[in-house]
Design a protein around this ligand. Structure first.
Ligand SMILES: Cc1ncc(COP(=O)(O)O)c(C=O)c1O
Length: 484
């Protein structure tokens, strides 16, 4: 080694010489086009004329002549002793294709903007009361990294296409976790691992629903589940929710399925009463319908005695249970699961195969050992205490400083609570949100999750707000509400 670093290689631009005309002209045209439409960015280093000539099977002079023209016109710059580079000043707009003129358009369902992706990764606010996000600052990253490292080092286990259901070790770990934490009586073979609840619901919509079938959803409710059914061309029917959960008497008798969040209704935060659970199971039997139970954030329970999940109360095998590690670990992990009766499970496995074959094996194996080593349980225990403190603090401040404007809705689990606004309209709440935004406070409005009419109310998430910022954040919210 003489200590010199090898010269960096230039961009290997795809060129063809079958467009007709002289070879130099063709090389010139294609490089110029690539510069003008941005495929070759400013300051990119070109392959040398010798390399390019060799790869195209032409004389070096042929390429050198094209380079000379491009340098003379300012598209390329020759830096003696260094190489040839794309000029930073070339007018890139000149040849950009007009993409709006394409005759290709999506089918109507996907054309109307109904499935808009929210604006993501905005700067987090100073006082973050958004719902549904756990506190990533307290996640034990070093331990997680060790588990991922160990899997990647034993790379042969994660190197081949795998079973769409997910690794057996992960399914066994999840079955044990759900047995202990929720009382579910299931084994590995009762589960399919998915990319979060979202994929579980999307796959269920495919295998349970024919186009036009009626699917009942909670109103207000979780919009992403609703959209999965709409995307499967179901007829979605909103059903009101009261302080006991979905109003079973209002369920459409012809529904093929109902989607519910019994442990912590999204967005109201209420828990479905035992009487309502029993009535819902009875309704499903009479309607010959499936119940999709989304148990998305009940690793975190506060005080109240747990009520059995529908999956446990069900003796007719009509309940499909979905859950996620998005709240107990991180939403970016994209790992969820679905427990379903055997025929459905087999269809889900095949639907997963068609959709994306399977999830990232290394992540899933790391998660299995993370659970087996007791890391997940320890993290949940620690975070349950922390979230309970935050939940209790917010409830206390709402009770002491926000009456009579806000009336908290009792909640026993999860990462957010909601409150009715006694003397405000939805527009008033939008005004509070705007005023709060300038103060660094962000929260959501119940109205944004309703299809029909709903009383005005707000949601306060406590996954992302540190305990010591709660009072200050709520103080700012209180100022925005004013004396009313
Ligand atoms: C009702 C409900 N279900 C499920 C989820 C989690 O979905 P996923 O597992 O796809 O991240 C959320 C997240 O906010 C939710 O609010």
């Amino acid at each position: 080694m003489n200590g010199q670093r090898p010269a960096p290689r230039g961009v290997e631009l795809h060129l063809t010489l079958d467009e007709g005309g002289g070879l130099t002209q063709q090389i010139y045209d294609q490089i110029r086009r690539a510069i003008l439409n941005g495929r070759l960015p400013g300051d990119a280093r070109m392959s040398s004329s010798r390399e390019l000539a060799r790869s195209l099977g032409v004389a070096r002079n042929t390429v050198a002549a094209a380079f000379d023209h491009l340098v003379a016109e300012g598209y390329l710059q020759a830096r003696p002793g260094v190489g040839t580079f794309v000029s930073a000043e070339a007018d890139r707009a000149a040849l950009s294709p007009d993409r709006t003129a394409s005759p290709l358009t999506p089918v109507p369902l996907w054309r109307n903007g109904a499935f808009e992706v929210p604006v993501l990764n905005r700067d987090p606010p100073a006082y973050d009361f958004r719902t549904g996000m756990p506190d990533d600052a307290r996640f034990p990253y070093p331990a997680w990294r060790r588990h991922v490292d160990a899997v990647v080092r034993r790379s042969s286990r994660a190197a081949e296409y795998a079973d769409p259901s997910g690794p057996g070790v992960l399914r066994a770990a999840i079955a044990r976790h759900l047995g202990v934490s929720r009382g579910l009586n299931i084994v590995a073979d009762d589960l399919v691992v998915t990319n979060g609840v979202q994929q579980a619901v999307a796959l269920l919509a495919q295998v349970l629903v024919e186009p036009g079938d009626v699917v009942a959803v909670e109103d207000p409710g979780y919009p992403l589940a609703r959209r999965a059914f709409e995307a499967a061309r179901a007829t979605v029917v909103p059903v009101p929710v009261d302080e006991q959960g979905i109003v079973v008497d209002r369920l459409p008798p012809q529904a093929a399925a109902v989607y519910v969040t019994p442990a912590h209704q999204y967005p109201l935060g209420v828990r479905m009463s035992l009487a309502r659970r029993t009535a819902l199971l009875e309704w499903a039997r009479e309607a010959d319908a499936a119940i999709i139970e989304d148990d998305y954030d009940t690793d975190f329970r506060y005080g109240a005695r747990p009520i059995d999940p529908l999956h446990v109360l069900d003796h007719a095998d009509r309940v499909v249970y979905v859950g996620s590690f998005s709240k107990s670990i991180l939403p970016t992990l994209r790992v969820g699961y679905c427990s379903a009766p055997p025929a459905l499970l087999d269809a889900l496995r095949r639907a997963r195969f068609v959709a994306d074959w399977h999830g990232p094996t290394a992540t899933q194996l790391a998660l299995a050992s993370f659970i087996d080593e007791g890391r997940l349980a320890a993290h949940i225990r620690r975070m349950r205490r922390e979230y309970e403190r935050r939940h209790d603090r917010i409830t206390t401040v709402l009770d002491s400083d926000f009456r009579p404007h806000l009336r908290p809705i009792p909640t026993a689990a999860g990462l957010h609570l909601a409150a009715w606004c006694e003397d405000a309209s939805h527009d008033t709440i939008a005004g509070w949100q705007a005023a709060c935004e300038t103060e660094g406070v962000r929260f959501q409005s119940i109205g944004d999750f309703a299809l029909g009419t709903v009383d005005p109310g707000i949601m306060l998430g406590f996954g992302r707000i540190p305990f010591d910022r709660i009072d200050d954040g709520l103080h700012r919210l209180r100022a925005a509400i004013g004396s009313g």
